[in-house]
Design a protein around this ligand. Structure first.
Ligand code: KG4
Ligand code: ZN
Length: 375
């Protein structure tokens, strides 16, 4: 197949012609959201569309990859068309396209990536694959008031359904990992504990909503890794502690009214405390003044409050993207892509989806492709 197709688009525009205010279409489909957005430059949001799949996966209590990619295939052209329509633009007015290339569910990624490649090819547009976590971090730099002054160096805390890690983000080098989870991601723990508590998927928002009616001190769950040195995280023990405590009380059906909210609040408090404690330690070790907290769990109100308060005590600023740019969206992909394209980074039609790639090996501020660096 590939032998018959030229690997670069016929009339790909040259990097010099890519102005910083160029119009970029972003496409994100790494998990269970199909999203498209149009940006002018890396900040001005002209449109943002997110099609979620909560109802598809809710009966299973978690994402079913096969169902996710089928739903993506069903809606991708409509989501992109809506983003263009809301931006008031025709496809021919765009300057470039950016798609999430990984990490994520490969079947899901392939839908947005292949659509984006075909779209760009048909319009003769340059395109670039974006690392999903780079997108999350860029969301903190481009979104909201506090992000306006955010520039490397800073510490990045990525807390999502698939990742929990602290990074050193610098202007010169690739982001490097300071610490990461040894087992479950924080968002994954929210989702699993929500399932134990009989709450709907996705679990993070459901737990934080219920937690508002509960007492965060009611149950003394362990604070993960609190006695361990270093900057790693661990959440599977906490999930087990919730399950053991539930069983000790005779299971979900034996709980008294209000108990479930106490479980939710106490679990949330334990996760938040561990994230804040690890971050404070990282800020001291790195002697850093700014931390960007990104990814779906960064939408958690308690985390936002406690991290901000810790920053005030410790003398650092906690920068969060606006709520809608914390969970998966295409604004962050268009923004990261816009920066790469403006630097002359281009991908070819041979660009593949990757399920895992370290953030440090992702195209970041320097235009090197992950496959070039891993060789
Ligand atoms: O970044 P994201 O949308 O997708 C991934 O890249 O994984 O993160 C999704 C995760 C889910 O685990 C979800 O339960 C969690 O973020 N989440 C939250 C909240 N909103 C979403 N966790 C805690 N509190 C929230 N308000
Ligand atoms: Zn994400």
């Amino acid at each position: 197949m590939t032998a018959h197709v030229s690997h670069s688009s016929p009339q790909t525009r040259r990097s010099q012609e890519f102005p910083p205010s160029a119009l970029v279409l972003g496409i994100e489909s790494s998990c269970d959201e199909m999203a498209a957005a149009v940006l002018r430059g890396d900040r001005e949001i002209l449109s943002s569309v997110v099609h979620g799949q909560a109802e598809v996966h809710a009966p299973y209590g978690g994402v079913v990859p096969e169902l996710a990619s089928r739903d993506h295939a069903r809606v991708v052209s409509e989501v992109v068309a809506t983003a263009l329509e809301q931006a008031g633009l025709g496809a021919e007015e765009l300057d470039g396209v950016a798609m999430t290339a990984g990490p994520g569910l490969v079947g899901s990624l392939l839908v947005g990536l292949s659509f984006g490649k075909a779209f760009a090819y048909s319009q003769g547009l340059p395109f670039v694959g974006v690392h999903h976590l780079v997108g999350h971090l860029v969301a903190a730099e481009v979104g909201g008031e506090s992000g306006k002054n955010l520039e490397p160096p800073y510490v990045g805390l990525v807390v999502s359904g698939g990742h929990t890690a602290l990074y050193r983000v610098s202007a010169e080098d690739r982001p490097s990992v300071l610490g990461e989870t040894r087992d479950d991601a924080a968002g994954e723990a929210f989702d699993k504990v929500a399932k134990l508590l009989g709450l709907e998927y996705p679990g993070g928002p459901a737990i934080s909503k219920l937690a508002q009616q509960g007492d965060p001190k009611a149950i003394d769950f362990p604070r993960p890794m609190s006695r361990r040195p270093g900057l790693d995280f661990s959440y599977s023990g906490l999930k087990t502690a919730v399950s053991v405590e539930l069983a000790r009380r005779g299971g979900l059906d034996s709980l008294r009214p209000g108990d479930r909210a106490d479980f939710a609040a106490s679990f949330e408090a334990a996760v938040v405390e561990s994230l804040v404690a690890r971050s404070v330690r990282a800020m001291r070790l790195e002697d850093s003044r700014r931390i960007a907290i990104v990814g779906g769990v960064a939408a958690n109100r308690r985390l936002r409050e406690e991290m901000t308060a810790a920053g005030e005590r410790e003398g650092f600023e906690a920068v969060f993207p606006p709520m809608d740019l914390c969970t998966d969206n295409a604004v962050m992909i268009a923004a990261a892509g816009s920066r790469l394209l403006a630097r002359g980074v281009r991908d070819e039609l041979s660009l593949e989806a990757f399920s895992r790639v370290p953030l440090g090996d992702a195209p970041w501020r320097d235009p090197v492709r992950p496959d070039e660096t891993s060789r």
